[in-house]
Design a protein around this ligand. Structure first.
Ligand code: SF4
Length: 224
């Protein structure tokens, strides 16, 4: 089966099971960007706590930019990798201020998706997932982020080759998935990856995608 055909069937089956999603984040884009940086390699609970603490201690992003990285590190300790994330946050805020003259990303609303992605990706510390999460949820642009659940499910299904890097996989999925389906598929892959196609002990028997899945076919070939 061609990848395009498989993707179409996967989209339909997951929509039938988990629905369509139109979620939009209407908050400050810099908040969304910092939240995404804090969410790297940790749980939602830990990163939310770190973000809430950061907002409690610092009244504005300008004050975070002026603060010492070691003080920021203490504030976001609950989010994991606090030293790396503190330096990353300061660098990203500093670059936005340096390039745009002030701490705002509102100009991205009117910027074509390719240019908006290029702007964000040119800042060290903003990877393809972080850029795509911000653009799709805050600015409603047609770009699909690939998080760990998306990547695992897409690889097991055989849509993304097993050894492909996450950066290349991100490009491939964005070519294959139609624009208007990107948000729902991203969210449905997360739901499916958290509940059925889990990293350990995936629940193949109750999976709606098993007839399309390479992993299932290889490890559980049909009995003759
Ligand atoms: S059949 Fe198994 S491996 Fe394939 S998508 Fe479903 S749960 Fe994941």
């Amino acid at each position: 089966m061609k990848k395009e055909e498989k993707i179409t069937k996967v989209i339909q089956l997951l929509k039938k099971k988990y629905g369509e999603h139109n979620y939009r984040d209407r908050g400050n884009p810099i908040d969304a960007l910092v939240e995404t940086i804090l969410s790297q390699n940790t749980t939602d609970k830990n990163s939310s706590r770190a973000f809430a603490n950061l907002k409690k201690i610092y009244p504005s992003w300008e004050s975070v930019l002026k603060a010492d990285a070691r003080s920021i590190k203490k504030t976001i300790r609950s989010g994991g990798l606090p030293g790396i994330k503190a330096r990353r946050i300061k660098h990203v805020l500093g670059e936005i201020k340096r390039r745009r003259g002030r701490l705002t990303l509102d100009f991205l609303r009117e910027t074509p998706v390719r240019d908006a992605t290029a702007f964000l990706r040119s800042i060290k510390g903003i990877g393809p997932k972080t850029a795509a999460v911000l653009l799709i949820f805050r600015f409603n642009k047609l770009v699909m982020p690939l998080d760990t659940h998306n990547l695992r499910v897409a690889k097991r299904l055989g849509i993304v080759p097993q050894k492909m890097s996450s950066e290349k996989a991100h490009e491939l999925m964005n070519q294959l998935v139609p624009g208007k389906e990107k948000k729902s598929l991203h969210i449905n892959f997360i739901i499916h990856g958290r509940t059925i196609c889990t990293a350990r002990n995936p629940k193949h028997e109750i999976c709606v995608l098993k007839n399309l899945c390479d992993y299932y076919r290889i490890y559980y070939p049909p009995k003759r």
